[in-house]
Design a protein around this ligand. Sequence first.
Ligand code: GTP
Length: 360
Amino acid sequence: MTEAILLVGGKGTRLRPLTVYTPKPMVRAAGVPFLTHQLARARAAGVEHIVLATSYLAEVFEPYFGDGSAMGLSIEYVTEEEPLGTGGAIRNAASRLRSGPDDPVLVFNGDILTGLDIRALVATHASTGADVTLHLTKVSDPRAYGLVPTDGTGRVLAFLEKPGTPEEIVTDQINAGAYVFRRSVIDTVPAGRPVSVERETFPELLASGAHLQGMVDSTYWLDLGTPAAFVRGSADLVLGRAPSPAVPGRCGDRLILPTATVAGDAKLAGGTVVGEGAFVAEGARIFGSAILPGAVIEPGAVITDSLIGTEARVGTRSVLTGTVIGDGAVIGPDNELRTGIRIWPHTHIPASAVRFSSDQ
Ligand code: GTP
């Protein structure tokens, strides 16, 4: 097993409030572009050749990861002219694969943070002789996901659309976005047009009698679909809850990157990361947040579960909870910003301009 396709294209992959130009896989989580964690985990599981399938801005990946040799990988880049969907992207990337027709090829969604045992997924694929093996995870509230029921041996029975009624919740297993395909199965996906693996490829394979195997692995799993989830993921990487060999330092309550400056009495906890060149002033308190490189946190600011963009500034005594502050934005002193707010890059919020709690 040496090859993988990593899907990092499609429509919803830019973390737009942070910066117009940074695609989500390149936003820093625990100090490095998120994609680094996936690449490092794949490498640790024995993958040597990776095809990065993207549909836009491929030029942001290549200057950073190059040919992959710095990570012990060989990385190739394939860019779709128009997004081809997950199945179409896999088919399109297959032209770069080196495997034989019966060899296993790993495929990963680029927006999932997981502790999946990749070797176990490959071993399950080999031992069951499946055409495709899927990582399935169990969620407490399956209403937002397509469901994947299996029989007693783990063989997939169906791919069900999001359940609309309680009766339709027949399982708590969902597609976790990591697969092993037999190489020749990828060649059966139609080329040159958008194809969804979940809505088209997998149901058609099932209907044709193919063997789709599920492997339930209830390890750490997080869909980074929202900025809030992204912040959570970064903190979990720092805390060591989400295992990654690419965290640049020891896991713990906080990660302070080289050239960052943190005042002695500032309090950092809950998996907070402070990026290169960032400055955290005295009396600041930061919990479970990602402070990106060059950001400035002024005295007494209190920041919780937030993403503070590159070179953004948070003013004295401002209180931010569950926020996303775009690159270069300035939040003046004495503001109070709450969950869900996203401040566009380079926006300037004046002093004492926003509050939620009653005046004192
Ligand atoms: P479809 O199955 O194609 O309908 O996409 P989806 O909406 O179910 O996929 P989702 O948006 O959950 O994305 C899953 C992963 O596939 C993410 O890592 C995306 O970056 C990636 N992805 C989605 N669409 C495309 C695409 O058109 N091209 C490429 N290269 N990757 C994609």
